[in-house]
Design a protein around this ligand. Structure first.
Ligand code: ADP
Ligand code: MG
Length: 606
């Protein structure tokens, strides 16, 4: 538990308290059984040191704000509102022996080197193929273990990259779902070992192949079990549904910055905006049908009566259409999928309590603001339906910039987003800056999700984590280059030069003319090879030297923001350059001399 400066040594005491809303459970291991009690963890001064407390507070804020808004909408019987969460968890599996032979995987959870395999994901045969038997055995045992822990695991399937898979439970209350996800990751790692596999939750273990996310499907549900993001059968239900649609658009519109910060990490930086994952620009996909309705509400002429307008628009029976119509846009970071939203930009290795706390804080804030405006209209004597429709018109107009249904991967979108004023924060140091801007995070304090001290600590923890992670990766890569890659290149060079000198008796008087010709041709071919080899080797050596120099100067002293910026701007690009040269060298070196298991060797386990 890093404290981000909140817990000094002389008052290091912290307190746990059971979270009674999340059931205790027993974990069985080989020689015993452990009682686990889901708990919050707070400091001597009462600050939250954990991820759970802010999530619980955000759920409380959502409850408070939505119940108040529902009352204004006429739903006076609703006593409480909670959030539901169903996370799709992506992961990779590797053979344990292959994993053990790759120090980059062992130390950093991802490969820092490795030439692309000619066969990758281009045939989509892994995605559409059947589950390899060895993997199925792992999945079945995992599901069995999870069901014993009360985790409603339901979905399993292959994912896009070779050896990439996904699992998803049936959704639950957000707090329990999050505990269950953390537990699922833990159990999956352990069960994998029993199958001589290693389960990787890293966001981008392999360059050039798809990375992994934790798609967080969520919605709002009343104590009567009504899903507030589900279009209903009556005009009233549908005005309510549209109001919560407006709330979600406003939440992302007003607080996309903070949401972006909540998903920032050194790992997720490698995935976001990499053309196989949501970009670093937060926008909302609502689908064709919802877009039509929203546009009509914006354009609707106030002269026609509200009732008539509602009927004309089809809001009267906004059917289950939404579900059928809405094929999800898989490029969107935040997509409406018919009766819920899917926050797709969350990274696979994250504890999604952080992103969910910020998201729900934003939802609570947006709800509160829209409720205040609705109340003002009602107090001014407007009829309820008129007031709601007027509010929707305003809210949909004001948040138009954040709605985007097109291809989020395209370069055009980056330009258009800039024009719309949507920020693109491409890396963690850029994204985290928001947490230090009091105005941008005020809503989290106002909604009681984080205190000011806690926000500062979350910034410190995240920036420090980034620095440690990137530094670890750079140091590991440097060691691999120096102790494995460069020696392999040198051995190859010596072997090739040896073969060359074997051909050298070209001046031998006894050699026939034909032999002499063959030797000359061979020498020429070899000299081309030697040239390429030595040039590439020199590139790797040069990059390693540069990296070493940069690393020794990378520490910006106490200015962590500056250090992080330097790592993002200089160290990571240099690592990419070193890797590119090393990967070319891999193709010039005898397979027997290459010391690391290759992509093609570890990704096609059967
Ligand atoms: P996909 O087609 O996106 O891969 P999956 O079935 O893998 O869909 O995952 C969808 C997830 O969304 C599941 O965990 C499911 O329980 C969850 N989900 C469905 N409805 C809701 C809801 N109302 N609130 C929260 N999560 C939901
Ligand atoms: Mg899925």
């Amino acid at each position: 538990f890093p404290s981000g400066g909140m817990r000094t040594t002389f008052e290091a005491r912290g307190y746990t308290a059971w979270d009674p809303t999340s059931p205790m459970f027993l974990v069985e291991s080989e020689n015993g059984r452990t009682l686990c009690v889901p708990s919050v963890f707070i400091s001597y001064h009462g600050d939250s040191l954990d991820q759970k407390t802010p999530l619980l507070r955000a759920l409380e804020a959502v409850d408070r704000q939505t119940v108040a808004l529902l009352k204004l909408l006429g739903d006076v019987d609703v006593r409480s509102v909670g959030a539901t969460l169903g996370v799709e968890q992506e992961y990779f599996l590797l053979d344990r022996d292959d994993w053990a032979q790759r120090p980059d995987l062992v130390l950093c959870d991802r490969t820092l080197l490795g030439a692309a395999s000619p066969r990758g994901q281009q045939f989509e045969d892994h995605y559409f193929g059947s589950i390899p038997p060895r993997v199925l055995a792992f999945m079945e045992e995992l599901e069995f273990e999870l069901h014993r822990l009360g985790i409603p695991m339901k979905t399993r399937h292959n994912e896009v990259a070779p050896m990439q898979f996904e699992l998803a439970p049936i959704f639950e209350d957000a707090n329990i779902a999050n505990d269950h996800n953390a537990l699922t990751m833990d159990v999956a790692r352990k069960v994998a070992l029993r199958h001589h596999l290693v389960c990787l939750f890293h966001e981008k273990p392999f360059d050039g192949l798809n990375g992994s996310g934790k798609h967080s499907n969520w919605s709002l549900v009343t104590d009567r079990g009504e899903n507030l993001l589900d279009p209903g059968r009556t005009p009233h239900q549908n005005l309510r549904f549209l109001t919560f649609m407006a709330v979600c658009l406003k939440a992302v519109h007003d607080h996309g910055d903070a949401m972006r910060a909540s998903i920032a990490s050194a790992n997720n930086d490698l995935r976001l905006g990499a053309n196989e994952a949501p970009p670093a620009i937060l926008s909302v996909f609502v689908g064709d049908l919802m877009t039509q309705i929203i546009e009509r509400i914006i354009a609707g002429s106030p002269s026609e009566g509200t009732e008539q307008f509602i009927v004309d628009m089809g809001v009267g029976r906004l059917p289950q259409l939404a579900l059928d119509y809405t094929d999800r846009n898989r490029t969107s970071p935040f997509a409406f999928t018919g009766n819920r939203f899917e926050f797709r930009a969350v990274g696979s290795s994250m504890n999604c309590a952080g992103p969910m706390a910020v998201l729900l804080g934003a939802v609570a804030d947006a709800t509160g603001r829209l409720a205040a405006r609705l109340k003002a209209k009602l107090d001014g004597g407007a009829r309820r339906d008129d007031a709601v429709l007027a509010l929707l018109r305003e809210a949909f107009t004001e948040t138009a910039a954040v709605r985007f249904d097109g291809n989020n991967y395209s370069e055009d979108w980056r330009a258009e987003a800039a024009q719309r004023g949507l920020p693109e924060r491409r890396d963690t140091p850029a994204a985290l800056g928001v947490l230090r801007d009091p105005a941008r995070v005020a809503f989290l304090r106002e909604q009681g999700v984080y205190t000011e001290v806690e926000l500062a600590s979350r910034y410190n923890i995240a920036i420090e984590r980034y620095i440690k992670q990137v530094t670890l990766e750079a140091e590991t890569q440097l060691e691999l280059l120096r102790t494995l890659v460069i020696p392999a290149g040198e051995k190859q060079l010596a072997a090739t030069l040896g073969a060359w000198s074997g051909l050298a008796p070209a001046g031998d008087a006894k050699a026939t003319a034909a032999m002499r010709e063959a030797v000359t041709a061979g020498t020429r071919a070899l000299s081309g090879h030697v040239e390429r080899l030595s040039a590439t080797l020199a590139e790797v050596m040069g990059a390693a030297d540069e990296l070493e120099k940069l690393l020794s100067g990378a520490n910006g002293g106490h200015d962590e923001a500056a250090t992080a910026r330097r790592l993002a701007d200089s160290v990571r690009p240099l690592m990419a350059k070193a890797r590119e040269a090393a990967d070319r060298l891999e193709h010039l070196v005898d397979d027997e001399l290459w010391p690391l298991p290759k992509y093609r060797e570890i990704l096609f386990m059967r």
